[in-house]
Ligand binder design. Sequence first.
Ligand SMILES: C[S@@+](CC[C@H](N)C(=O)[O-])C[C@H]1O[C@@H](n2cnc3c(N)ncnc32)[C@H](O)[C@@H]1O
Length: 199
Amino acid sequence: MNELVKVPKLVEVAEKRAMEEDFHMSSARDTGQLLRALAASKPGGLLLEIGTGVGVGAGWLLDGMDPTARLITLEVHPEAAEISTEMLAGDSRVEVVHADAIEWLRAYDGPLFDMIFVDASVPKYEERALTLSRIAPGGLFVCDDVIWSASWDPAVRPSKDRVDKFRLEIFDEPDFHVLLMDWGPGVCVATRIAADVDS
Ligand SMILES: C[S@@+](CC[C@H](N)C(=O)[O-])C[C@H]1O[C@@H](n2cnc3c(N)ncnc32)[C@H](O)[C@@H]1O
């Protein structure tokens, strides 16, 4: 990472906690910088993170968000939810919800999200349509780990086929402009097209 990049204090604290907890799934700093830059493009926005881990990604998002933006972050694992709640307690813009994202998204009837960072397998692969359906016009779908790596934890990693298929399938989403970036872990950003434009 470029040494000129300022790493938020909260991210440093959460990264340290991740090491202490032997939690190796936090977002890399390259991804974090992108999350921060994209979050900053949504002043007053409503953001969703799916899969909080111990709060590293949320720390980057919060650093980009303006004072009026809000972040909901979902975590299914009770211990991770407890740790991230503790990590993020000092910022009133964020709410950590201990829930399975699929059940939560199905029941959700609030305003659509201006940005969703999906960092868990089922909402990213099998239930992607559900996740995409909760994004507002002009809103962003963001995920990383779109270049399969043998170094990922075999206990939780998706198959190489699944990741490669994602790279093709995502371009079939008719309502989104899609960008795949093959740096770091591989990142996808897709924007919900706001309206038809007469040509
Ligand atoms: C890659 S880690 C998240 C890292 C975090 N987003 C970050 O940027 O540091 C994935 C997390 O998603 C959680 N998770 C997996 N499936 C989930 C689901 N269906 N609903 C909510 N959380 C889920 C896991 O427990 C794990 O903590």
